[in-house]
Write a protein that binds this ligand. Structure first.
Ligand code: F6P
Length: 482
């Protein structure tokens, strides 16, 4: 791969920032797949451009934060709070997110709280333009610009309109729906046209590539080829790159004494009960109510398991200013309390639920001690929790129950028990099967998934994407045969 400068662009920077004083800042590296993937990218001088994550109105503050971040090869985009609210809480998370996950656009309180539909889309344009301005300020001829996710779908067009020589890759970290769902989004055609200004677009799976390509054909009337979409003689390459994790980080962390101590504490705390684990952002797409209903059904149908099993559910707070997410939290609390009221005793409850994130060693310990991971996403681009669980299961060889509509099902399907998240009786039966699965079968399934998780890592994903972007650019430069 040629050595050249890479400008990674995403809504969030890989660093979270706190202001301590006029020119005093604390920064903390954020976790997540994208960060670890890009830390492993070799032969590229990388800079990361993203939203600062907080409003900085004063010029002195903006300059001093820019200098602090420059040392971390990060470049901030400054957005005021009103724009952020309408762009991020509004258009990104009330409108595009549900559409991408095959849900409808909410009709009511989304607009009352986060601005009218028009105001939200205007803010989306404004934010994308602010990103474009910062990129243009830092761009040097030959740079590769790699844009991430649904927050920045207008960016490829804004950049190419400014400089048609810019080389742009785009990766969508979510699902992409069939064309008839995308059609319901009023700005759908405009967003597609902008995305197609990229040289290469990556999605997690072949199914998603198929959806994206057929949406471009059905809605924009464009020609599809085995490599992507043709528009007026220009090819936009569309390819599948299933993201992975830094598996060694989990494998090594579960061996540390800190995690081993925490595992011991957790086992004592749950007093020998079997542990079923759920970990996810508190998001409407994650199917948390569906999981609780299935667990309730399992307890109803299998009285012998009552008091012998606990569901540990970690709902990491997310997008808490968005009404749909607020309603979900209330719904989950009601369900948890119903199940605990029905099946709990004075001494223990069947669902141990937290509305908070846990630190990395505790997370690894939870993964490692759990007998079953239960993932019931209603749609999910990939679902890396399933990978993290597999990588951390060094001793237990626990069973993964995985939603068949998460992207991960296409990679870990042979080792996991796949379930339809709407099929409550089937999930209940799968819980029973997982808890009683013979050790030999558990081991076989685990080894199958572990081999995948260890071989297709986040670094491989990033390298494959970048290789494809370079190839696409090189092919476009070969003069066409007459
Ligand atoms: O899955 C899409 C995604 O945007 C990820 O890139 C990100 O880690 C996650 O959702 C959480 O997003 P947010 O920035 O809204 O917390």
């Amino acid at each position: 791969m040629d050595s050249c400068r890479l400008l990674v662009v995403s809504n969030r920077l890989p660093t979270s920032i706190t202001r301590n004083g006029e020119q005093s800042w604390s920064t903390k590296i954020s976790g997540g797949g994208l960060v670890s993937a890009l830390l492993g990218v070799k032969n590229e001088e990388t800079k990361w451009i993203g939203w600062a994550g907080l409003e900085v109105k004063d010029e002195i503050g903006q300059k001093s934060l820019t200098n602090v971040l420059a040392e971390k090869r990060c470049i901030p985009v400054f957005l005021d709070n009103d724009t952020t609210d309408k762009y991020y809480n509004g258009y990104c998370n009330c409108i595009i997110w549900p559409i991408l996950h095959y849900l409808g656009i909410p009709q009511d309180d989304c607009f009352a709280k986060n601005g009218t539909y028009k105001a939200q889309y205007d803010a989306y344009k404004k934010a994308n333009k602010a990103f474009a301005d910062v990129i243009m300020e830092h761009y040097r001829e030959g740079d590769i610009i790699w844009i991430h996710d649904y927050h920045l779908m207008l960016l490829p067009k804004y950049l190419k309109d400014h400089n048609s020589n810019m080389k742009i890759g785009f990766f969508l970290h979510t699902t992409f729906p069939p064309s008839e769902i995308w059609r319901t989004l009023p700005e759908g055609p405009e967003l597609l046209r902008s995305l197609l200004a990229s040289d290469m677009i990556g999605l997690h799976t072949y199914d998603l590539v198929r959806h994206f390509v057929s949406t471009c054909s059905n809605i924009l009337g464009l020609e599809s080829t085995p490599k992507g979409i043709m528009d007026q003689g220009k090819l936009t390459r569309i390819s599948a790159f299933p993201i992975g994790i830094d598996a060694d980080n989990f494998i090594n962390t579960v061996q540390t004494s800190e995690v081993k101590m925490e595992m011991k504490r957790l086992k004592e705390k749950f007093g020998g009960r079997k542990i079923i684990l759920g970990v996810e952002r508190l998001d409407t797409i994650k199917g948390i109510p569906h999981k609780i209903l299935a667990f309730e059904r399992f307890l109803e149908e299998n009285p012998e398991w009552r008091n012998k099993v606990v569901l540990v559910e970690i709902g990491v707070p997310s997008r808490s200013d968005v009404p749909e997410y607020q309603k979900l939290k209330i719904q989950i609390h009601e369900l948890v309390s119903r199940v605990n009221g029905r099946f709990g005793t004075f001494h223990q409850v069947p669902i141990h639920h937290l509305d908070q994130s846990v630190n990395f060693p505790t997370l690894c310990a939870l993964y490692a001690v759990s007998d079953v991971a239960l993932i019931t996403s209603l749609r999910d681009g990939m679902n890396l929790v399933s990978y993290e669980y597999v990588a951390s299961q060094t001793t237990n060889k626990g069973v993964l129950i995985l939603s068949e509509v998460a992207g991960a099902a296409q990679c870990l399907g042979a080792g996991a028990i796949l379930v339809n998240p709407w099929n409550t009786p089937d999930i209940a039966a799968s819980i029973s099967r997982a808890l009683t699965m013979p050790a030999k079968e558990r081991e076989k399934r685990h080894q199958h998934n572990l081999a995948y998780v260890k071989s297709y890592t986040a670094q491989e994903w990033a390298n494959d994407n970048l290789r494809c972007i370079h190839e696409t650019i090189a092919e476009a430069q070969i003069p066409k045969q007459l």
